[in-house]
Design a protein around this ligand. Sequence first.
Ligand SMILES: Nc1ncnc2c1ncn2[C@@H]1O[C@H](COP(=O)(O)OP(=O)(O)O)[C@@H](O)[C@H]1O
Ligand SMILES: [Mg+2]
Length: 252
Amino acid sequence: MSLFSAKGLIKNFHSLRATDNVSIDVNPNEVHALIGPNGAGKSTLVNLISGLLPVDAGTITLDGRNITGLKAHERVHAGLSRCFQVTNLFKDISVMDNLRLAVQAHDGNNFKVFGIRNNERLLNDKARELGAKVGLESDEVLNSIAGSLPHGAQRQLDIALALAANPKVLLLDEPMAGMGQDESARVVEMIKGLRQHMAILLIEHDMEAVFQLADRISVLVYGKVITTGTVDQIRNDPKVQEVYLGSETSHG
Ligand SMILES: Nc1ncnc2c1ncn2[C@@H]1O[C@H](COP(=O)(O)OP(=O)(O)O)[C@@H](O)[C@H]1O
Ligand SMILES: [Mg+2]
């Protein structure tokens, strides 16, 4: 059985049906990528799944539990975390402080039983551990002001904040957006590591990254999933080449 599934999701914005009967599921340790041209409805779908927008119809299930009616923070608690396309960091404080805050927000109760000094050490350890999961390890980086880091490292930190909740399913909304090749390659490696521990729904523009990472790919066009398949199936699907890959190559 799939760990995550969305069935028959519909979202209308006035007369526009931005999400048109979308069904998508993710299996344990799977990377299921969702691709589609601009305006296809990717961000709307992410917002429906994460609970930022209410659905007009459809059901969202996580690990056997119907979470359709839950608020965004309740979904995080249930095991569904997302990272944000627009970063979600405290830019004026250090990377380490961002990590500590994230650990405290999700693990706060666990710290009450320890003495203050042990608490601080435990918090620091957990924060470092969280940073290491996304490749933010060196003291130099940890002590940097978050907003001063290169774009790619800020994205890594953003993902770390989503991981603090120990998600079963991680929703990544265009994690490579605006990144250079080296940065993208690093994030690809990071996601390969994360998938050992969770299922990932990856919404991404960068086709090369998607082809490297995805077990399955779904293609969204005008609010509808037109096909779901393996990398090879999607690469060779003439429908997909027409609507997506064709337009992609024609841009350069
Ligand atoms: N809040 C909104 N109100 C009205 N229309 C919206 C809203 N959000 C998105 N849309 C429309 O829904 C369609 C899908 O948008 P979006 O989900 O942002 O696509 P994508 O992320 O794939 O580029 C677009 O036509 C967009 O203009
Ligand atoms: Mg979008």
